[in-house]
Design a protein around this ligand. Structure first.
Ligand code: SF4
Length: 378
């Protein structure tokens, strides 16, 4: 297919909306009555021009990286995934190297578009727009991080782990470019989804952050609580009550015309806490608000493009459980579903459209709980 055909293809696919989020694993659960692999995430870079305080993969970042596995092998493995609906491309900063953009990212996006599969890139969008311009014609969702109320926040948070001081002027230039690139991507027809984390820095100014995201023209604001991953484990944690208050503040002040997507929340319809259940009820009644079930290990696997190893997420402590060099992704996914860890969180309450807690969340807040003994209270 040529570029025109690929662009036209997007127009005939159903729009991504609060009613149509193919990344949510509840869809395949409802369709097949069990988890199915419908989503593949690929880590294409361990390089990054930033060193964020909260980065989930910060301890894997390097200054130079090895060769990648052949693109043809990756595409062959994607082609074999029978029910593939989405791909995601992540890093590091996936577009850090222009060679990776040209030789891996553009062909992967073109493959996805030609098969009618939706695509997402996770990027800080602080590099020259020429990188993103090459991707925009074939890309559905550009996922960015936005946890700031001004350039000074960005300077402080974005280089917290740099190991040397970064001049304020350099950070301000990157901040301005990020905003400019976001606007250009929105104008180019890409759905820009800005993710904010609720953490010790952001929980009491999440409304202000939301306003700036709306000012940039983003079509979606994604909100996740921050959980301690290995690189960010020294950051102060906030309580579930502070998290709940922050979400309530956001719901009270948000722009109701824009899609808000919440994910990896530590609240479930089976909770003993009536206030937490009430918040979930409010979230499901609010217009343009969705709560996405966690895709990791439910409908998605992560492939490391340097080694071919397959993980349950890009940042998990769970070791690789296979390699695309010798096995099909659907077979690896079935093997993962048999893993004790997968079984520990594979509860499902159809009435609540819930398919269980995220592994990190269970570990942090519900270590002793057997979710198979619980039921949604609606
Ligand atoms: S699916 Fe699991 S986590 Fe969700 S409400 Fe039911 S028991 Fe709770």
């Amino acid at each position: 297919m040529n570029t025109m055909d690929l662009q036209h293809r997007k127009e005939v696919l159903p729009a991504l909306t609060p009613q149509n989020d193919p990344w949510d694993p509840i869809r395949s659960m409802q369709k097949f009555g069990r988890h199915k692999l419908t989503s593949v995430e690929m880590t294409v870079s361990n390089l990054c021009n930033m060193r964020c305080e909260h980065c989930a993969v910060g301890d894997t970042l390097v200054m130079a990286e090895p060769a990648k596995i052949p693109l043809e092998l990756m595409i062959k493995r994607l082609d074999e995934v029978e029910h593939l609906e989405t791909i995601s491309i992540t890093g590091g900063e996936p577009s850090f190297s222009d060679k990776t953009v040209k030789e891996y990212m553009v062909p992967l996006l073109q493959y996805a578009r030609s098969r009618g599969i939706r695509s997402q890139i996770n990027s800080n969008v602080t590099l020259p727009y020429s990188r993103y311009e090459q991707l925009a014609p074939y890309l559905d969702v550009m996922h960015i991080s936005f946890n700031y109320t001004n350039a000074d926040d960005f300077h402080q948070i974005g280089f917290a782990k740099a190991g040397h001081s970064v001049p304020r002027e350099a950070a301000v230039r990157m901040y301005d470019r990020m905003i400019d690139n976001t606007r250009k991507l929105v104008d180019a027809g890409v759905l820009v989804s800005a993710e904010s984390m609720i953490n010790y820095r952001t929980h009491d100014k999440i409304d202000e952050i939301h306003r700036l995201i709306m000012d940039m023209g983003c079509q979606r604001h994604e909100v996740h609580p921050m959980y301690p991953s290995s690189f960010a484990k020294d950051l102060p944690a906030i309580t579930r009550l502070e998290m709940r208050r922050s979400i309530e503040k956001l719901l009270d002040t948000r722009d109701p015309s824009v899609w808000m997507l919440f994910g990896t929340l530590p609240f479930y319809h089976c909770s003993d806490d009536a206030e937490e259940r009430a918040l979930l009820k409010r979230l499901s009644a609010e217009p343009n608000v969705t709560v996405r079930n966690d895709p990791d290990g439910r409908n998605r696997l992560n492939v490391n493009l340097f080694t071919g190893e397959v993980f349950v997420t890009d940042f998990s402590d769970v070791p690789a459980f296979g390699n695309i060099g010798g096995e099909k992704l659907d077979d690896l996914f079935d093997r993962w579903l048999d893993h004790e860890l997968a079984k520990s969180v594979n509860c499902h309450c159809p009435a609540a459209s819930c398919c269980g807690p995220n592994l990190l969340v269970k570990d942090m807040y519900y270590n002793e709980i057997d979710f198979h003994q619980r039921r949604a209270v609606l």
